[in-house]
Design a binder for this molecule. Structure first.
Ligand code: FE2
Length: 319
């Protein structure tokens, strides 16, 4: 089957073409301030260029596409609606079936697809999302009570004049010592507003080098996450955990995950960075599987800006 994947929920426009195991996975990410209208304008500007490039790389014509899969939410109104609008248009114009998928579920699915097996739990960590999901029914069993861990790290980076969490991590890796930070875990939930404020104040008061404070921010917030994950692992007798979402790219996190895996005898399922950041390959992969299992979306597709991972299977008609 040849599937076109479209991702446009936030700052990244992704176009993917999946043909059996071969995937062309292209992205164009908006650089700049997070103004919804500007994100949608960016996506509109690069959409055709990316689509053409993907078709060319896959050596196929538009008419050969057999299914379109698009992120239905959660996401930011304007860019999300743009992607869904394009998907509806192409689908009706070329009479290609269309399916919508939950963006968060797609993050989990791509890791499982690449590993060829399912996890018992998933740790989904990105800009706006920080949650532990029970895989069998997609129930959210733990999550952030305030900000997403990725947004927290991005904000901390901008506090130092850096672009985002990746730059902050490069700085953090030059540390020479760990500084004690406040640590808040509530059952299987986490909060990051306190630790963020502590970081900002520590920078202002010069309580350590930028490198050491940044490292301590990463290390402490990841420790909080892994404590909640350990609780979830024991509560649900999990043997494997999918780690997915943009923050799964963190080097510091992956070192900590290695010791977590060793300490608790848990298998960690991971994938390459191109599939952890926002991308359309994951949208194509999940859409194709659900379509082949007989799930259908209503046409025209509508956006669901606050689409919870736990509701991922609630918007389909079953054949
Ligand atoms: Fe995402």
């Amino acid at each position: 089957m040849i599937v076109l994947g479209i991702e446009s929920t936030a700052h990244t426009l992704g176009i993917a073409i999946k043909r059996d195991r071969d995937i062309i996975n292209l992205i164009d990410t908006y650089q700049g301030e997070y103004i919804p209208r500007d994100l949608a304008e960016h996506h509109a500007k690069v959409f055709l260029k990316l689509l053409r490039e993907a078709l060319q790389k896959a050596s196929i014509e538009m008419s050969e596409i057999e299914l379109i899969s698009v992120s239905q939410g959660p996401g930011i109104g304007a860019p999300l609606s743009f992607g869904i609008g394009m998907a509806n248009y192409i689908s009706s114009k070329l009479k290609i079936p269309l399916i919508g998928v939950n963006h968060g579920y797609a993050h989990i699915e791509i890791v499982e697809y690449m590993n060829g097996k399912r996890g018992d739990l998933a740790l989904y960590i990105s800009g706006g999302n920080t949650m532990i999901v029970r895989r069998e029914d997609l129930k959210i069993i733990g999550e952030t009570l305030d900000m997403g861990i990725g947004n927290m790290l991005d904000k901390a980076a901008r506090e130092l004049g850096l672009r985002g969490a990746a730059d902050l991590e490069r700085l953090a890796l030059q540390r020479d010592k760990y500084i004690e930070f406040p640590y808040t875990v509530k059952g299987m939930n986490t909060t990051f507003a306190g630790i963020y404020t502590y970081f900002v104040n520590s920078i202002k008061k010069n309580l350590g080098t930028k490198e050491n404070l940044s490292y301590s921010l990463f290390h402490t917030s990841f420790s909080m996450l892994l404590e909640t994950l350990a609780r979830a692992v024991f509560a649900y007798r999990a043997k494997s955990v999918v780690v997915c979402g943009g923050v799964a790219q963190s080097k510091i996190l992956n070192v900590m995950l290695d010791s977590f895996s060793e300490q608790y005898g848990i298998e960690i399922l991971r994938t390459e960075n191109q599939y952890n950041r926002d991308n359309a390959a994951m949208i194509a992969v999940l859409g194709e599987r659900l379509y082949n299992e007989g799930y259908r979306s209503e046409f025209p597709l509508k956006s669901i800006p606050r689409y919870r991972v736990s509701d991922s299977m609630k918007h389909y008609i079953r054949l």
